[in-house]
Design a protein around this ligand. Structure first.
Ligand code: HEC
Ligand code: HEC
Length: 380
């Protein structure tokens, strides 16, 4: 760490003590006073939500259909029920098995501790509408850009997010995002026991590299399916235009087989990683002559740690999905992630533009998760 950063960290440590004390253990039961009318949709980083145009007034998500094994009218039964194999796995599943979110498939059971019931089959209370956590977040918790990577999160942070989803303090700023609503329904249905099992299971696994960050001026032309970008061709002919475009490394492996060993590529604008590094480590502060000039924000490393692997209940962010991160930053800035703990982030985000968020997320996603940060111990 250079001496400029050191002085800034000190400075902000002082400021930190003046911030409101966050009672992270206290569940909230109000609606969190989210004001959707004040959201600045004209500057929404649409790509981070997996849309290509802003929401029309009043537009919102249709509830997602519960997973089922029924064949659709246009489907070839042989194709759908034929058993498939993956390299390195002894398991075999049909496409019907793969899409059955109530019985989550597990290509690599030796990768992780035994799946708790809720991770494989979902909250019992939801009956036919339930889904296993592993169906979206994958059995190894790596997740996908349109949901979240939940492996290696501190147990206390994990449980607090579920409470925030329940109490209405964590919503998507984009009311069209269907899977966040499903996540909220699942959070509301979890028993204390199911929640503890899920939090400890995912918390016991370490975050390892999953997203390759590539600086570029051009990206492949894409289509959006289920809020996820998929390439239409391999050639890079479309200007990246200040966006981050995150897509499966191998569409067939990720989409058709849900292979939890097949990660993602995040294309980020050329030059963004260095710009992001400056904001993340100094907040954009400068020393000119003998004068210290405050940056536009508090350096992320002040709270998330020098390696960005988190500190106590403040979550690790290194090497995680940059689309997910920008979505969270914008949600917190706009106030739809509105818990007491998120107020700290709201202050940090106050003066950041979507362009700053792109640079910051490009840098943070490019940082290797350090093995030194041991996964948090279960509470029991
Ligand atoms: C339908 C897909 C889906 C399923 C199934 C699902 N989730 Fe999620 N989950 C999401 C999405 C989407 C988000 C991120 C929301 C956003 O970005 O707006 C999320 C976010 C989370 C987060 C917050 C992560 C963070 O870093 O703050 C936790 C914790 C979580 N989910 C736990 C669970 C648990 C436990 C289950 C099983 C009961 C579960 N999820 C099942 C879609 C899902
Ligand atoms: C003053 C302390 C503080 C600073 C500085 C800070 N954060 Fe945070 N951050 C937090 C806290 C606390 C949370 C957890 C919020 C919650 O529980 O909802 C958080 C959450 C996040 C999340 C959500 C993680 C997830 O899994 O959903 C992201 C992304 C994030 N911070 C990025 C950043 C970036 C990037 C910066 C620098 C620009 C930064 N933070 C600076 C305190 C801070």
């Amino acid at each position: 760490m250079n001496r400029y950063v050191k002085s800034i960290v000190l400075d902000d440590t002082h400021r930190l003590t003046a911030l409101p004390v966050v009672d992270t253990a206290k569940p909230t039961d109000d609606k969190g006073a989210i004001d959707f009318a004040s959201i600045d949709y004209a500057h929404q980083p649409l790509w981070a939500y997996g849309f290509d145009r802003p929401p029309a007034p009043g537009e919102k998500a249709q509830p997602q259909n519960p997973p089922n094994r029924n064949l659709r009218p246009n489907e070839d039964p042989d194709e759908q029920t034929k058993l498939r194999h993956l390299e390195g796995s002894n398991a075999e599943y049909s496409l019907v098995d793969i899409r059955d979110g109530q019985n989550v498939i597990d290509w690599f059971p030796d990768d992780h501790p035994p799946l708790p019931n809720v991770v494989a089959h979902g909250p019992g209370r939801l009956g036919k509408a339930t889904r296993g956590c592993g169906s979206c977040h994958l059995p190894n918790g790596k997740g996908r850009p349109e949901n979240a990577g939940i492996a290696g999160l501190p147990t206390a942070y994990f449980m607090r997010q579920i409470q925030d989803f329940r109490s209405g303090r964590r919503r998507s700023a984009d009311p069209r995002k269907p899977n966040t609503n499903t996540m909220i329904e699942l959070a509301k249905s979890l028993t204390d026991d199911e929640l503890k099992q899920a939090a400890e299971y995912f918390g016991s696994m370490r975050w390892t590299p999953w997203i390759r960050v590539v600086e570029t001026d051009f990206v492949p032309k894409t289509r959006i399916a289920g809020n996820l970008f998929l390439p239409l061709e391999q050639a890079k002919t479309e200007p990246i235009g200040g966006r981050i475009i995150e897509m499966p490394q191998d569409e067939e492996q990720a989409e058709l087989y849900r292979n939890p060993h097949s990660g993602f590529i995040a294309y980020v604008p050329a030059g963004s990683i260095d710009k992001g590094k400056d904001l993340v480590t100094t907040g954009g502060a400068r020393i000119v002559g003998n004068e210290f000039i405050r940056g536009k924000t508090t350096p992320c490393i002040t709270c998330h740690g020098p390696d960005l692997m988190g500190v106590a209940e403040i979550p690790p962010i290194a090497g995680r999905s940059p689309s997910y991160m920008v979505r969270q930053m914008w949600d917190m800035q706009q106030g739809t992630r509105n818990s007491e703990a998120a107020q700290l982030m709201k202050l940090v985000m106050a003066n950041l533009t979507p362009e700053d968020m792109v640079a910051i997320a490009a840098y943070v996603a490019s940082r290797p998760p350090t093995p030194a940060a041991a996964p948090p111990k279960p509470t029991s």
